[in-house]
Design a protein around this ligand. Structure first.
Ligand SMILES: Cc1ncc(C[n+]2csc(CCOP(=O)(O)OP(=O)(O)O)c2C)c(N)n1
Ligand SMILES: [Mg+2]
Length: 363
């Protein structure tokens, strides 16, 4: 018997609609209402400007460690914009722009990164999971949520975000396998920003794409230009619609770049070349989208300037109000709450000791 080729049901496509020069492929251009296009743009701008402000606050010692999103605005907003509020949004730890889209307040972003419990408050009216620091752990949670949606015969889907590094975790593979077998309504959004702290994408896997990993689990995988909000939106919309219609999971690999530090505790100059960063500067997601909106007559220089002002003002008000609120929060004794229903004796002892110290210091 001769060897024959097995005809696999999926191939991996690459989707790019708005190139880095702002030129749009008319055949692929999605039909997005003007109002939504401007909303996507505002959300991307807000993500970038808040990111810049948070970095300043951290450098001034007014906030703790955080993971900047700069460069990844299109991958986040393009994907999350295809969800309904009743769908589930499951972030990793670098999705601030998407979190704001899903209703998280700037105040909560700052409080969380400044170390206040209140920043991690669960809002039961929002179908969002909190930030997940253990790499890849949230992918399982998203599959569990979407399995529950299917079990309850609801039409909701779960969209989960993770990085290129997370695809090396067992959790990622278990989650995809379960999603494939049980055809859960899950959309896996991999933000391949080319780095996992100091480990480059090439050291993560020998595979040509990350999207192809879905194929082994019987799910479609697509690679998109993650700095092209139109491409991300198009791919995510198709994936969400398929999941909602009972067609099972999809993985979307967004090719993007981590323009800044891994976290504010990192110095990328020690492990990557400046030329690489410069190359990606030319592929900026915001600039090309602004060109597109200007060409469509939806955005003028004056409107852009006014929007910059409006966003600056919104951030300033949020920072001022949050810092005012911080003065009333942050009892150090809070650290003993929420882990045990009843504190073990050694922690009770430590709590008492700290309480006395605080009293003595007049705090
Ligand atoms: C299970 C686990 N191992 C290691 C870490 C330390 N760590 C934090 S982020 C990170 C890299 C993640 O890379 P990637 O998934 O590409 O996401 P990115 O940071 O690029 O957004 C590592 C190793 C962790 N938080 N959790
Ligand atoms: Mg990464």
């Amino acid at each position: 018997m001769p060897k024959t080729e097995i005809d696999l049901p999926y191939r991996v496509e690459y989707l790019s609609i708005l190139d880095q020069h702002g030129e749009v492929d008319k055949n692929l251009e999605p039909d997005i209402p003007d109002e939504l296009l401007l909303k996507l743009h505002r959300a991307m701008m807000m993500g970038r400007r808040l990111d810049e402000r948070l970095l300043q606050l951290q450098r001034q010692g007014r906030m703790g460690t955080f993971a900047p999103i700069i460069g990844q605005e299109a991958a986040q907003i393009g994907a999350v914009a295809t969800l309904e509020p009743s769908d589930w949004f499951v972030p990793a730890f670098r999705e601030m722009a998407a979190e704001l889209w899903r209703g998280k307040k700037i105040e909560h972003v700052i409080l969380l990164y400044a170390g206040y419990n209140e920043g991690g408050e669960i809002h039961s009216d929002l179908n969002n999971l909190p930030v997940a620091i253990p790499v890849g752990s949230q992918i399982l949670h998203a599959v569990g949520l979407s399995y529950a949606m299917k079990y309850r015969k609801k039409k909701e889907v779960a969209m989960v975000f993770f990085g290129d590094g997370a695809t090396s975790q067992g959790d990622f593979h278990e989650a995809l396998n379960f999603a494939g077998v049980f055809q859960t309504p899950t959309v896996f959004v991999c933000q391949n920003n080319h780095w996992a702290i100091s480990l480059p994408r090439a050291r993560q896997t020998r595979s040509k794409t990350l999207a192809q990993k879905a194929l082994a689990y019987g799910a479609p995988g697509i690679q998109v230009d993650g700095n092209d909000v139109l491409a991300v939106y198009t791919a995510a919309k198709e994936a969400v619609e398929r999941a909602r219609a009972g067609g099972g999971p999809t993985m979307i690999e967004c090719l993007t770049y981590r323009m800044s530090v891994h976290t504010t505790a990192d110095d990328p100059k020690r492990y990557r070349k400046e030329e690489e960063v410069k190359e990606w500067l030319g592929r900026d997601a915001l600039i090309r989208f602004q060109k597109y909106l200007k060409n469509k007559g939806l955005l003028s220089d004056d409107q852009l300037e006014a929007l910059e002002e409006e966003i600056k003002e919104e951030i300033k008000t949020a920072v001022d109000e949050t810092e005012k609120r911080m003065k009333e929060l942050g009892n150090p004794l809070d650290m003993f709450e929420h882990l045990y229903a009843e504190l073990p004796p050694y922690l009770r002892e430590q709590r008492r000791e700290l309480e006395l110290e605080l009293q003595e210091a007049g705090k």
